[in-house]
Ligand binder design. Structure first.
Ligand code: ADP
Ligand code: MG
Ligand code: ZN
Length: 474
């Protein structure tokens, strides 16, 4: 079946060998493959495997491909439907199609059901005005049928439901409850090494000129998804054919890149100016994290867009943390402010890119003042957040307006002092900041060692085990 086609019980030939650049998502699906290969082993141990797995991420990142590859790896039957076909359909068609699909899949178990474009029917019901849009009833009935079928699974039904969406934010919360799509996996555009691997896959049967360098192609396509890269390879082959080239050459690729990357309407368009700003923003977080005593060690810095965030800096504590000292909280605030401060130091102006940082900073500063007694002016007094917060916490009575105001002032003072401190630090360490930003622009993602080295610093000794517990500041 084609990209938008429907499968009823085919056995896909694609495997994980045909997927690259989305290793994290792939790794998370290995458990599902193993279960489908040998459900009996799991049943014997009474292990509960997730029923519903939601793959989410921008179009063209390989969600459909990955779903088919899971079936291919496990060698099980693959049933699919695209939710968007039912939006305009006659009432009842969607629901009965869902019923058929689940019945067939159970008969063929172990098997996979794949529901593509889940958001087309799974949009939050609260946001809709009932009865106004033509497809609304149909959507509702199809969605309800999916929920009914998933709730009706029995322990012995070896069927896994995979779904894909570009819009996890609009999904009806009912879909995300336990027992439904309670496992969610992000599928992101690949980084540069990932793009090289994807290009290798798609050029397997394409004769390439000897001096053609796929690394160069990957370097010229930041933000490209797997689908973009597949398209680029094909366009390059078309250029080569038209030019009577025996093999596809660098110039064919250059023209193909231009055509695809400029022609496509992209969800995440990173202009060169955006990339530069993002590189400095993330370098700011990272450098402050590296230079501030008490800050968690920086694990990884990246300027590959993910969802809402244009980049990310991961920091991880050395061990599981249950309590934080005051200076460590301040270090967290400083690190979170580092992105915005770097933008101001370098570009003289701030952008909207620090929204979530500001939320994080506010949360910590307010906590220091109102919960943890870390402001001398307020003292060790617990102050409820907001108007009705007090009634929710036993033993807390609403604070006087004067105290509320003092909390606001103190939180603000903490943040403003931190901002001054961080701006000074980054101004003083401008050379390291430039070097780190340049390395990010070049490599897009820096692992811990590379990041510290780029900044001219010694990487900390670090326990790799902690990676899984990484926290992030976007
Ligand atoms: P999505 O479902 O996320 O929109 P698709 O799976 O439909 O993306 O991708 C379309 C095509 O692009 C795939 O069939 C494949 O040829 C190519 N492609 C996309 N992502 C990848 C990837 N990670 N690795 C290899 N090829 C990919
Ligand atoms: Mg798809
Ligand atoms: Zn940030």
């Amino acid at each position: 079946a084609g990209a938008r086609g429907v499968d009823s019980g085919s056995r896909p030939k694609v495997t994980f060998d045909d997927v690259a650049g989305i290793d994290d998502a792939e790794a998370e699906l290995i458990e599902i493959v193993d279960f489908l290969r040998n459900p009996a082993r799991y049943h014997k141990l009474g292990a509960r495997i997730p029923r519903g797995v939601l793959l989410y991420g921008p179009p063209g990142t390989g969600k459909t491909l990955l779903a088919r590859a899971v079936a291919g790896e496990a060698d099980v039957a693959f049933f699919s439907m695209s939710a968007s076909e039912f939006v305009e359909a006659i009432v009842g068609v969607g629901a009965s199609r869902v019923r058929d699909l689940f019945r067939q899949a159970k008969e063929a178990a172990p098997s996979i059901i794949f529901i593509d474009e889940l958001d087309a029917i799974g949009r939050s019901r609260s946001g809709n005005v009932s009865g106004l849009s033509g497809g609304h009833d149909e959507r509702e009935q199809t969605l309800n049928q999916i929920l009914t079928e998933m709730d009706g699974f029995e322990a012995g039904d070896d069927v896994i439901v995979l779904a894909a969406t570009n819009r996890p934010d609009v999904l009806d919360p009912a879909l995300l409850r336990p027992g439904r799509f309670d496992r969610r996996i992000a599928v992101q555009p690949p980084d540069r090494p990932g793009r090289v691997e994807i290009l290798r896959i798609h050029t397997r049967s394409v004769p390439l000129a000897e001096d053609l360098d796929l690394e160069r192609v990957a370097a010229a396509t930041p933000g490209a998804t797997g689908a973009d890269l597949a398209l680029i390879v094909n366009e390059a082959a078309l250029f080569a054919a038209r030019r009577r080239h025996e093999r596809v050459q660098q110039e064919d690729f250059s023209d193909a890149i231009e055509k695809v990357m400029l022609g496509a309407e992209r969800q995440v368009v990173m202009t060169e100016a955006d990339r530069r700003r993002t590189a400095y923003h993330e370098a700011g977080h990272a450098l402050v994290g590296m230079l501030t005593p008490g800050a968690d060690p920086v694990r990884k810095v990246s300027i590959i867009p993910r969802g809402q965030a244009l980049g990310v800096t991961l920091s991880t504590p050395e061990t599981d943390r249950y309590t934080y000292q005051r200076h460590e909280l301040l270090a967290k605030i400083d690190t979170a402010l580092g992105g915005r401060a770097a933008e101001r130091v370098v570009f003289g102006e701030i952008s909207t890119g620090a929204e979530s940082d500001i939320r994080e900073v506010t949360r910590i500063a307010r906590g220091m003042v109102s919960r943890w007694g870390m402001s001398e002016a307020v003292g060790p007094i617990a102050v409820a957040d907001g108007n009705d917060g007090a009634t929710l916490i036993p033993g807390l009575t609403p604070a006087s307006p004067g105290l509320q105001e003092l909390v606001d002032r103190e939180a603000r003072r903490i943040v403003e002092e931190a901002e001054r401190r961080v701006t000074e630090l980054l101004t003083r360490e401008r050379q390291r900041l430039d070097a780190l930003a340049a390395a990010l622009l070049e490599n897009e993602t820096l692992e811990q060692e590379e990041a510290y080295k780029a900044a001219g610093l010694e990487p900390p000794a670090f326990d790799v085990e902690q990676e899984a517990k990484a926290g992030s500041s976007p």
